[in-house]
Design a protein around this ligand. Structure first.
Ligand code: BES
Ligand code: MN
Ligand code: ZN
Length: 480
């Protein structure tokens, strides 16, 4: 991972990244280059139709006039905010991944620009090369933020910690299901524990039985690999508050006996993105040393079709004693989350948040780039506010009381599917049965957990969505 430093434009380097507002409004670095490269630039800009709009970038050879081999101009539009700078830094990161020393003035464009550049650049350079015969890792060793002060460098350092966690989540989600059994992922949690001091408790299959995790075991019944329930505990000496995060950890979702069509399964290794986001958030919060007690819970299993698989019509008993009739084995996320939430609220946190690739309906409602959030009291608004600070896109959906009847069962306390419509809300209404009196929010990341395209700091495949919001929630609960 690249190091961030401060310095001057004149010191030089391999690549210089400068920002351009709409209609070629130069930032400090761009003005400095334009002054030195002068005439030839406008030709390049005209040929590439480059005006400084968000998403635009152009690479120019430095030549003899500036001490850089490569100059990258990136657009960030009118009045850039931190997110515009993060996106521009992501684009620039990709363009400079072969350069050892990258120098930039991009951070001068927005309020928290140094952190935004660190986050955007590192995430834009992310690649998942574990299964390529010719890996092409980023060669960037040093990123110099021109003129940055101590506060800027401190903010950048914190962003690096979070970017590191996002990269971990992307790696875990991109990993093929065959390489991430529940046992393997529990091992990842233990590794996190080892290098951060977080205490990790792993419930193996036998312990899951004893604990009465009937939802998790019901989903696990069709799989050979045994389930795990993982608890990560970050308990700082001084804590202003206590938050619990619960992440859906379906390492592969075939749908179970209510099997998915082939196309619907292609990306279902992504179905543990919630659990991965919880791992990443706990790692980042512990590394940052935030004064908030955090419990991370991850129910981990595959959803497969083995001879002992749960069948439509079966009834499962969840940890808190409530029963669920399984009418569709593909609505499995809520079953494992029911146990995870039941467990988390037993510890009486001030707030519990679950995060899950839960419903295709949420993608229909909000598209692929925006997560949904639902819950009780002001918890959803608090999550939405934290997401806004973090630069993740989340929208609050309602919890209509009268929709509760859509999940009434003829034989059990509830059934695991609602009607044809409003699937994100009926899923959330089921989850609400497992949170007791603890203020709760549920984040549905079925859309934004992965991306089909490169866009700024978002790369193809896993996005690591949710880590930044969860960390921001913990930050919002500190009294300082
Ligand atoms: N993991 C899926 C949801 C999903 C769908 C995530 C598409 C990402 C992209 C979840 O387990 C699921 O299968 N949900 C069903 C629920 C239905 C059977 C009530 C769905 O959304 O179709
Ligand atoms: Mn499913
Ligand atoms: Zn699923």
């Amino acid at each position: 991972m690249a190091e961030f430093t401060t310095g001057t434009l004149e010191e030089g380097g391999d690549a210089l990244v400068v920002g351009v507002g709409s209609d070629r409004a130069w930032d400090e670095g761009a003005a400095w280059v334009v002054e030195r490269l002068g005439g030839r630039l406008s030709g390049y800009f005209d040929a590439a139709d480059f005006s400084g709009k968000p998403g635009q970038s152009i690479k120019v050879p430095g030549g003899n006039e500036v001490p850089y081999d490569l100059v990258v101009f990136v657009g960030f539009g009118d009045t850039p905010d931190d997110e515009a700078v993060r996106m521009a830094a992501g684009t620039a990161g990709l363009a400079t991944s072969r350069s050892a020393t990258v120098v930039t003035t991009l951070h001068t464009a927005s309020a928290d620009g140094a952190a935004a550049v660190a986050m955007g650049l590192l995430l834009g350079q992310y690649r998942f090369d574990a299964h390529r015969s010719k890996p092409k890792p980023s060669l960037t060793e040093t990123v110099r933020l021109v003129g940055a002060n101590e506060a800027d460098m401190d903010a950048a350092g914190r962003a690096v910690v979070i970017a590191d966690a996002v990269a971990l989540v992307r790696d875990l989600v991109n990993t093929p299901a065959v390489d991430k059994s529940p046992e393997t992922l529990a091992g990842v949690a233990m590794d996190i524990g080892e290098h951060t001091g977080v205490r990790v408790v792993v419930h193996d299959l036998e312990a899951c039985r004893e604990a009465g995790f009937g939802g998790l075991l019901g989903v696990n019944a069709g799989a050979d690999a045994p389930a795990r329930m993982v608890e990560l505990w970050y308990e700082p000496e001084q804590a202003d508050a206590f938050v619990a995060f619960v992440g859906k950890g379906i390492v592969f979702d075939s749908g179970g006996l209510s099997i998915k069509p082939a196309a619907g399964m292609e990306t279902m290794k992504t179905d543990m993105s919630g659990a991965a986001a919880v791992f990443g958030a706990v790692q980042a919060i512990a590394t940052l040393g935030l004064p908030v007690k955090v419990l991370g819970v991850a129910p981990l299993t595959e959803n497969l079709t083995g001879g002992s698989a749960t069948k439509p019509g079966d009834v499962l008993k969840i940890r808190n004693g409530k029963t669920i009739e399984v009418l569709n084995t593909d609505a499995e996320g809520r079953l494992v989350l029911a146990d995870g939430l039941s467990l988390a609220v037993e510890y009486e946190p001030d707030l519990v948040i679950d995060i899950a690739t839960l419903t295709g309906a949420c993608v229909v409602a909000l598209g692929e780039k925006i997560a949904g959030v639902l819950g009780t009291g002001d918890a959803p608004d608090r999550v939405a506010d934290a997401a806004g600070v973090a630069g993740e896109r989340i929208w609050v959906l309602p919890m209509p009381d009268d929709y509760r009847k859509l999940i009434e069962s003829d034989v059990a306390d509830m059934k695991n599917i609602g009607g044809r419509y409003g699937g994100t809300m009926t899923a959330a209404l089921l989850l609400e049965e497992f949170v007791g009196d603890v203020p709760w929010a549920h984040i549905d990341i079925a859309g934004p957990a992965r991306s089909g395209e490169v866009d700024g700091y978002i790369v193809k495949g896993a996005t690591g969505f949710g880590v930044r919001t969860l960390v921001a929630i913990a930050e919002s609960m500190t009294s300082s």
